[in-house]
Write a protein that binds this ligand. Structure first.
Ligand code: ZN
Ligand code: ZN
Length: 261
């Protein structure tokens, strides 16, 4: 199972999850050209034929290129029924309804969804191959009671660590935006992410911090707050807006290459 976080942050999100003959793109916030170029430059292999684009929610940084990615790859878009209007003209693409909670199959993968609190309907995902499972949870304002149980089976977890409350408070954002981000349907701060990770036992072998704000967070600050919540042998990585992070999950162990380091 290969996981390639192609982009993560408020300017665009896209993560490719692959195993055997199945390739699924989670979120579509970067163009087909940029996605292909980042993948091929870092994976040193051709862009795969996508089996599906799965859109977690209708915000622009997750959905902007869903239609063009689906058209270019000739694959369906899994999307909530209340978000399809954002796609524009969908005559040339196949839409599949993403429900939450739900369990469904795409090729070799079994996917699970769980609704999570954001200012529009949003889902956390768990993607199982035969032997491994990866969880993805970004864009949530607080941690619902059932999220730790939902993510517990994950070998690797991609989890939001959006902001530091003090940096957010002193940022240039208008007051209403600050309230939205910090509110119960906004985004997780580093400490909330640490609290969730402390609940996950056994802990995942790899944790990737996602959707870091470029104005209200710093990678070193997120690491400082979150690292103590994880066992020593869990690897902690930080996804980036402008370059990929690679995770390779094998039956014998996992290897993560953070291209920033
Ligand atoms: Zn987002
Ligand atoms: Zn969002």
């Amino acid at each position: 199972m290969r996981v390639t976080v192609l982009a993560s942050g408020s300017r665009g999100n896209a993560t490719l999850v692959e195993t055997g003959d199945t390739s699924v793109l989670i979120d579509a916030g970067i163009s087909p050209r940029v996605a292909k170029q980042r993948y091929e430059d870092t994976r040193q292999r051709p862009w795969p034929r996508l089996d599906a684009v799965v859109v977690t929610h209708l915000h622009d940084d997750h959905i902007r290129f869903a239609r063009s990615l689906a058209q270019n790859n000739g694959c369906p878009v899994w999307i909530r029924a209340d978000a399809t209007h954002v796609l524009g003209n969908t005559d040339n693409i196949t839409l599949k309804t993403l429900r939450a909670p739900s369990r469904f199959r795409i090729g070799c993968f079994t996917l699970f969804t769980l609704p999570i609190p954001h200012d529009v309907p949003q889902v956390a995902l768990r993607i199982h191959s035969q032997r491994k499972a990866v969880g993805i949870a970004t864009d949530l304002g607080h941690i619902p009671d059932n999220l730790a149980d939902f993510l517990a089976p994950c070998d690797s977890l991609l989890i939001e660590a959006n902001h530091d409350p003090r940096l957010l408070a002193t940022s240039h954002y208008p007051v209403q935006v600050k309230h939205r981000i910090a509110g119960p349907t906004g985004h997780l701060c580093n400490r909330q992410t640490a609290t969730l990770l402390r609940e996950l036992r056994p802990a995942p072998t790899d944790v990737v911090l996602m959707h870091l704000s470029q104005t209200s967070n710093r990678p070193e600050l997120a690491r400082e707050v979150i690292r103590p919540s994880l066992p020593r042998d869990t690897r902690l990585h930080i996804a980036h807006q402008d370059h990929p992070t690679l995770l390779d999950l094998s039956a014998t162990g996992q290897l993560c290459i953070d291209l920033a380091s």
